[in-house]
Design a protein around this ligand. Structure first.
Ligand SMILES: *Cc1c(COP(=O)(O)O)cnc(C)c1O
Length: 487
């Protein structure tokens, strides 16, 4: 049987167990594309990988991409573009103002998202910076299910406080829940009561919620958060980076949506909000780009003035005409149901096979990534010996796979009083799956690599820092293994 067509395509929710395959014989869910251009990847020996890793100070961020076989560092800006997107690139109109490409982009965004004003930006964080510097002041509080790191940083840079209000299930790695990305509406109401609606300039909801690999938010939750916000006069925005994946999960798991087109579901999600921020590097299927959208006329004018100052004229916003074209086409393609069926099935397939092999992961797998639970994978390695870091190093040595540590290396810190290192709450390794890039056999290879590391987990030890920067240390730190790595 083909890997991407597990018997139960939906693991949780009302559709659990429902066969979403195409035929009675459970035909495989296949990649809904054929390959026109290939990018060779370089096979390396274990010996070579050990040498590359050592040279990189055991930090995967410092590896050369060409020395990586399966690169799962991020799903951002790493999508493969389609023939139609490349054709659109050639059509790019590079006029400074009012280009044809701008009008095509604006019409694609309005057609799906439905907001009155669209402001193009070079990527998601630029949209965030413009939004938050316009609406936030010191003393303000901005709630969300969970803020993405650049979102939080831009809110804090504007002097406001970013508050995460996930449902309790969202914080328990092994717990199954169909909409683990939901915001805890009771806690939102309590927060409004406590600080006062006048100090909350905006409320965000990240769809899908990045935490745990893209956990979806239900339509009921989007509606409930929107209603609370409206009651208190608080503008409600979606961080829409993975809106199509979220809409597909709603179709699969939420009562009443099974027969609705994903595009309509997406439209309904946005109809409940006052605006959105978007990174087209995710569900725009593009390599760069983003936008900010709103229904507020006065706010849009202020935002455009800021845009002109730092990004560019409002009909290109820091993007080339050809980028606007690629995004306009990508936003349509990402809503194709055969694409989404394949996309979600392949991430689910990876999660299922790791789970069946006994590997502890964050459950259920989300839309764009599988998270390995490094603390449970290597229980004999204490957090301060960086189990996630050890796992990243071993995955690279074992099979040329590059994941990213999301644990004490990224989020640990020194206690300002004692000077002692405080570990992160969780030790995870994220395997983010680029869109339309890797085939099923490459995902199978990945499963084998992880299982091979799992089989010899007892011989894997910890790591220590030998060099670290005072901020964002994970990008540049150098490490050293505290054990003999298998070579
Ligand atoms: C990637 C991302 C952003 C920021 O977008 P960039 O294009 O990387 O600047 C914001 N929110 C979420 C949820 C993201 O995944």
């Amino acid at each position: 049987m083909n890997p991407v067509n597990p018997p139960n395509s939906a693991d949780v929710g009302p559709a659990a167990g429902r066969d979403t395959g195409l035929s009675a014989r459970r035909r495989p869910i296949i990649e809904p594309f054929k390959i026109k251009v290939v990018e060779p990847i370089k096979l390396t020996t274990r010996e070579e990988r050990v040498a590359h890793l050592k040279k990189a100070g055991y930090n995967a961020f410092k590896l050369r991409a060409e020395d990586v076989l399966i690169d799962l560092l991020t799903d951002s800006g790493t999508s493969a573009m389609s023939a139609d997107q490349w054709a659109a690139v050639m059509r790019g109109d590079e006029a400074y103002a009012g280009s044809k490409s701008w009008y095509r982009f604006e019409s694609a965004v309005k057609g799906i998202f439905g907001f009155r004003h669209v402001i193009p930006t070079h990527q998601g964080r630029a949209a965030e910076r413009i939004l938050f510097t316009t609406v936030c002041r010191p003393g303000h509080v901005v709630p969300s299910n969970t803020h993405f790191d650049t979102t939080r940083a831009n809110i804090e840079a504007a002097g406001a406080e970013a508050v995460d209000l996930p449902i309790p299930e969202g914080l328990v790695p092994a717990q199954m829940h169909p909409f683990k990305g939901n915001l805890d509406v009771g806690r939102l109401e309590a927060l409004i009561e406590e600080v006062g609606a006048e100090r909350i300039p905006i409320c965000m909801l990240t769809v899908t919620n990045n935490t745990g690999g893209g956990q979806p938010v239900s339509m009921a939750n989007i509606r409930a958060v929107g209603e609370v916000c409206r009651k208190h006069g608080i503008p409600f925005y979606l961080d829409a980076c993975r809106f199509a994946e979220n809409a597909f999960f709603i179709k699969e798991r939420e009562e009443g949506y099974a027969d609705r087109p994903v595009r309509e579901i997406a439209r309904e999600m946005f109809s409940l909000a006052d605006g959105c921020t978007m990174s087209a590097k995710k569900d725009g299927l593009a390599n760069i780009g983003g936008f900010l959208a709103t229904n507020d006329d006065a706010l849009a004018r202020q935002e455009e003035n800021l845009l002109i100052l730092t990004e560019g004229f409002p009909t290109y916003g820091g993007l080339a005409g050809r980028d606007l074209e690629a995004i306009a086409v990508g936003l349509e393609e990402v809503l194709h149901e055969d694409y989404l069926t394949y996309r979600i099935a392949s991430v689910r397939w990876l999660g299922r096979h790791l789970t069946e092999g006994g590997v502890p992961i964050v459950q259920p797998p989300g839309g764009h990534a599988v998270y390995l639970d490094a603390a449970a994978f290597l229980p004999h390695v204490p957090p301060l010996q960086l189990p996630g870091q050890a796992l990243v190093a071993e995955l690279y040595v074992e099979g040329g796979v590059r994941g990213v540590e999301i644990g004490t290396v990224m989020f640990g810190h020194r206690d300002p009083e004692t000077g002692e290192e405080v570990p992160s709450r969780m030790e995870l390794v994220r395997l983010a799956i680029p869109r339309r890039v890797y085939t099923e056999s490459q995902i199978d290879y990945l499963v084998d690599v992880v299982l091979d590391v799992w089989d010899r987990r007892e011989g894997i030890g910890g790591f220590r820092f030998v060099e670290q920067a005072p901020v964002l240390r994970h990008f540049t730190a150098r490490f050293e293994p505290l054990y003999e790595m298998k070579t």
